[in-house]
Design a protein around this ligand. Structure first.
Ligand code: C2O
Length: 574
């Protein structure tokens, strides 16, 4: 009835005005949703850092790689050509990939790798996401140098929920090895020992002037007095959580992992590998040079870590001649300052647009232990872990093994048997005092390619529980294809009675990567509204290689909008 009325009353009903109206609407929607095209050529590039020249793998010869900058609602088409000597895939970290798991990128999970000489075009749509994400290789440890920023601006005509900053500055924190990264990985795999620590951290590819041969190329950002800039801090380091701070300047935190939060100010942020944090900085200090700096937040006991500090320089444009040449250094927390890390992460609160409805009762209540392990082996060169063992890691005692013949998604989609099983345990096979003194009999995980199947639309809760096996440690757990609410976190063993009562179902932070507190737990919730095969893993690459991962199958729902799209024709073959 309404529509009939509209027809008769609509002054645009017939004639020129109606056509003009339709045309304008179409133009407006075109301006709103663009198709973003980009070419990525993965290649070998000579580069000099820390007084040494070596060959690294890059995209388009750039390190860090090109920034992808799009708007919410855009279609993205990125053609990747592999001119390097290794297999490669690219993952769009934090992009939801609704119904397009084929474009997610983890090798042998959603696709076979792009072989040298091959190409693959990633096609996906940005659906209701805004903020800072990033992209990286998801193939062996190539992401050490193959990464870049992925920025999603609001749709044209809409705005940030804060006043428009004068500049937009991506800050990519990385980790640098003098050695070839694939050689390092092969050695680590062979010996079973922990990988050598890195030689430097980097800001936008540069270690900064506290390192040898690096001062010439220290990254510099200039700011005009009084202006506010947006720093998009991305932790792209392979294996290390980092503290980040800017001398004398307050950081106003406005977003994390492509979700806005209720703004709060802090002197220091902690960013886990895979995570991003957006902060506003106002140049309200005397005109001078100030260091921004990052160094390790390291929580494993008796484990070596890179204890160096990377810097870049924030320089005021109105410097007087003779102004300080040595920038002021911020005070960074001590490497094991868990109190500061926790004080920061527990201040994050989402804004309503991110959490219309956190459900009260989950349909799937899962409990996953996350932690290290040791596998006994015959003493020798392949058994160089502690006391003649090889390092391993697991979730619920399953040490994840990637298939080699085809990807999990292809096996699922095409019903190829023998690639995986769907018996990933929903709770630990044995319950124990997870963060206590764990008996040695529980230190050795079982290898397997076990998946967990969930129905479309399920309300899922996962308790992620750190263990004290080998050492307690802060693990940055990343879920592909989703972002989730972090409804609670704490230390020790999760207590379903007392801890559940304290959950934040009002304004929990929204993330795609959660740093599970060292010797503690975190609880995440999400709606299973994106069908496909989705990896969940520790974003410390050495832990991922040891098996700290599992994968979900989220089944199709009803109709096209709840069903995985057919695979693209150029999907690489194994
Ligand atoms: Cu950013 Cu599976 O990773």
């Amino acid at each position: 009835m309404e529509s009939q009325n509209n027809t008769s009353l609509n002054p645009f009903c017939n004639g020129f005005l109606a056509k003009l109206f339709v045309m304008l609407t179409v133009l407006a929607s075109l301006a709103n949703a663009d198709v973003y095209h980009q070419e990525f050529v993965v290649q070998e590039t000579k580069i000099t850092r820390l007084c040494k020249t070596k060959t690294i793998i890059t995209v388009n010869g750039q390190f860090p790689g090109p920034t992808v900058a799009v708007r919410n609602g855009d279609d993205v088409v990125i053609k990747v050509t592999n001119r390097a000597r290794y297999n490669v895939t690219i993952h769009w970290h934090g992009l939801r990939q609704m119904r397009t798991p084929w474009a997610d990128g983890p090798e042998y999970v959603t696709q076979c790798p792009i072989m040298p000489g091959g190409t693959y075009t990633y096609r996906f749509k940005i659906e209701n996401q805004e903020g800072t994400l990033w992209w990286h290789a998801h193939s062996r440890w190539l992401r050490a140098t193959v990464y870049g920023a992925f920025i999603i601006y609001p749709k044209s005509g809409s705005h940030f929920p804060f006043s428009q900053p004068k500049k937009d500055i991506p800050i990519l924190l990385g980790e640098w090895w003098n050695r070839d990264i694939i050689a390092l990985q092969r050695q680590t795999q062979f010996t079973g020992a922990a990988p050598n620590i890195s030689n430097a951290y980097t800001i936008n590819g540069q270690p900064g002037d506290l390192y040898r041969c690096s001062s010439q190329d220290t990254v510099k950002f200039s700011v005009s007095p009084g202006e506010t800039v947006l720093l998009r801090v991305i932790n792209a380091a392979l294996n290390q959580q980092l503290f980040f701070s800017v001398a004398n300047h307050k950081l106003q935190v406005v977003g994390a992992d492509a979700a806005y939060n209720k703004p709060f100010t802090t002197n220091v942020i902690m960013v886990g590998p895979g995570q991003t944090t957006n902060v506003l900085l106002t140049a309200d200090q005397p005109p001078a040079r100030y260091y921004m700096a990052a160094r390790a937040y390291a929580t494993a006991q008796n484990a070596a870590f890179d204890n160096t500090t990377t810097t870049a320089v924030l320089e005021y444009t109105n410097l007087r001649p003779g102004a300080n040449s040595r920038p002021l250094m911020p005070q960074l927390p001590f490497f094991n300052d868990t109190a500061t890390a926790t004080a920061f992460t527990t201040q994050l609160r989402s804004v309503p647009s991110n959490n219309p409805t956190v459900f009260k009762q989950p349909d799937e209540s899962l409990f996953f232990t996350v932690g290290l392990g040791l596998v006994n082996c015959t003493p020798g060169p392949r058994c160089q872990g502690p006391n003649n063992t090889r390092f391993a890691a697991s979730m619920n005692n399953v040490s994840f093994v990637l298939p080699r013949r085809t990807s999990l998604l292809q096996a699922y989609y095409n019903n190829i048997p023998g690639i995986y099983t769907v018996d990933f345990p929903p709770v630990p096979p044995v319950q124990f005092d997870y963060t206590g003194n764990v008996s040695r009999g529980l230190w050795q995980p079982q290898p397997g390619t076990k998946l967990y199947k969930i129905k479309y639309g399920s309300r899922v809760q996962i308790v992620l529980q750190d263990t004290a096996i080998v050492t307690t440690e802060d693990h940055p757990i990343h879920l592909h294809g989703y972002h989730f609410w972090v409804v609670g976190q704490g230390f020790g063993n999760f207590n379903p009675q007392t801890d559940t009562a304290k959950f934040n179902l009002v304004d929990p932070p929204v993330r795609n990567t959660i740093d599970v507190p060292v010797g503690g737990w975190a609880v995440i919730r999400f709606f299973a509204d994106n069908p496909g095969v989705w990896l969940m893993h520790c974003h410390i690459d050495s832990h991922l290689a040891w098996g700290l991962a599992m994968a979900f199958i989220v089944e199709n729902g009803q109709g096209e909008s709840q069903t995985v799209e057919p695979p693209p024709l150029d999907l690489p073959r194994c």
